[in-house]
Design a protein around this ligand. Structure first.
Ligand code: FE2
Length: 201
């Protein structure tokens, strides 16, 4: 699978989530399985959040939105370059995984993509993350993917991989999202001032 999908459209199999999970060994897919509303995982989820909370920098403020998803993938499959609007704490559980976390090519590209995503555009990027740090994950390893930061995830070793990702929107990420929402790009493509560099009003 490609590491970038500029148009944002990822090929989807015509299978139910249950069928994708049952055939994950061979279907060359990845699937996200949210568990934050599942009572069976409540205790695990609460315990993880309680462990994470004291380590958040004070500048992030309170946790506003909490999510948790299992991420299941066929060996060799790739989640293309994309950004998320929340902080991600990926805890790897099974198989091998390579995560590359990098940067946008420049500040203007970052601003345009992040703003468009706040107005409904898909999360996938037209380019690989620049100057990416590469993390080889084995079961028991974890990696932090900061909000609004380009990353690519590849399942290595030919074995089905399973990860648990905790997603957090904090007061800081919500504030940044509010600034981006207030700066809708003009139809003529003119750039609004960069978020955080100049007063927004
Ligand atoms: Fe992600």
């Amino acid at each position: 699978m490609d590491t970038v999908v500029p148009g944002g459209s990822v090929v989807q199999l015509d299978l139910s989530p249950g069928e994708i999970v049952r055939t994950i060994e061979t279907n060359d897919c990845w699937i996200v399985l949210p568990i934050h509303h599942a009572p069976a995982y409540r205790e695990l989820y609460d315990a993880l959040l309680n462990e994470i909370r004291p380590h958040l920098p004070a500048s992030q403020g309170a946790i506003v939105v909490r999510q948790a998803v299992f991420f299941l993938a066929t060996g060799g499959s790739t989640t293309p370059a994309h950004i998320d609007l929340e902080h991600g704490l990926l805890l790897h559980l099974r198989g091998g995984k390579e995560v590359r976390v990098g940067a946008f090519p420049d500040a203007a590209t970052a601003q345009q993509k992040i703003e468009r995503m706040h107005f409904g555009e898909h999360r996938n990027l037209a380019e690989e993350p620049r100057d990416a740090q590469r993390f080889e994950l084995r079961p028991g390893d974890g990696v932090h993917m900061p909000a609004f930061t380009p990353h690519v995830v590849h399942t290595t070793g030919g074995q089905v991989s399973l990860s648990l990702t905790i997603g957090l929107k904090t007061e800081a990420t919500m504030r940044e999202s509010a600034v981006h929402r207030a700066k809708r790009p003009s139809a003529a493509g003119r750039q609004a001032p960069l978020a955080g560099r100049q007063p927004s009003i």
